[in-house]
Design a protein. Structure first.
Length: 272
């Protein structure tokens, strides 16, 4: 079992998405070794911890394109990187979010690194994603977590993740309730195409009283995070930490910037 405070005991207000460069098995010409990925992650996380970021998850974004299953080497790399972060920064909540669909692999990696949570992108229903049709993994997640004896691993479930389109979409509040009740998720992540849409989604789900923390999944910046935190318990942030953002190769590969991290966390503190 992981050390430190459980996610469900103290849900963080900020979760940083640490996008790793391409690694072994990615078929990328600039793929890094596992040791180099560890060094990169430790450097990035060090800036986040220094600024007061309470939680982060690791994700193999540099391995794009990804397919309909999560590879064994992905689980191995994320486990090694996450374990290094846990040793170096024991006060930091660490989790896993894989790009490929499924629940067993991210849960296994989170257990191996002694992490505290996973983010699962398609939890109930089905969605059309870049890799095709992805089925919800709620039953797989709850059953495999129990098999691992890892109830301390919190599950953050996306509801209609913006990177795909739902098949047979239920009304938003109903889909959120299904994720929290049928799926027994410990928190929900909502993200629309823009900030205004995301905040409206959060308000509709909050009004439905699903009983778990709600997170804004994207779009938070130092300029708008105070507004976001009036609608959600917390935010997931990645791009706002980078000097160069945007959905481009350069933006996705850009590292975090110390000054931007500090400005964001200062804005969170000012929000109260």
């Amino acid at each position: 079992m992981s050390s430190g405070v459980r996610f469900t005991e103290r849900p963080p207000r900020v979760i940083a998405a640490l996008h790793l460069p391409p690694g072994p098995g990615s078929c990328h010409p600039q793929a890094l070794s596992v040791a180099a990925l560890v060094d990169y992650a430790l450097e990035q996380a060090g800036m986040a911890v220094e600024a007061g970021v309470p939680a982060l998850y690791v994700q193999e974004l540099g391995d794009a394109p990804w397919g309909p299953r999560i590879h064994p080497h992905t689980v191995a790399v994320l486990s090694v990187v996450g374990a290094a972060l846990r040793r170096a920064y024991p006060e930091l909540m660490v989790g896993v979010c894989t790009l490929g669909p499924g629940a067993r692999e991210p849960l296994a990696a989170a257990l191996a690194m002694e992490g505290q949570f996973v983010r699962l992108k398609v939890y109930v229903g089905a969605m059309v994603h870049l890799e095709g049709v992805v089925q919800g993994c709620a039953e797989e997640a709850i059953a495999y977590r129990a098999r691992l004896g890892a109830d301390h691993l919190a599950i953050l479930a996306d509801v209609y993740d913006r990177s795909g389109r739902p098949l047979g979409a239920l009304p938003l509040a109903q889909a959120a309730r299904q994720a929290a009740t049928f799926g027994r998720a410990d928190g929900l992540v909502l993200t629309g195409p823009d900030l205004e849409s995301s905040l409206a989604m959060l308000d509709r789900v909050r009004a439905a009283g699903v009983g778990v923390p709600l997170y804004l999944g994207g779009g938070a910046t130092a300029e708008n995070v105070a507004q976001a935190l009036r609608h959600a318990h917390g935010v997931i942030v990645g791009t706002a930490f980078k000097a160069q953002g945007g959905w481009t190769r350069e933006g996705l590969a850009a590292p975090w910037d110390r000054a931007r991290i500090q400005a964001f966390m200062d804005a969170v503190a000012d929000a109260g």
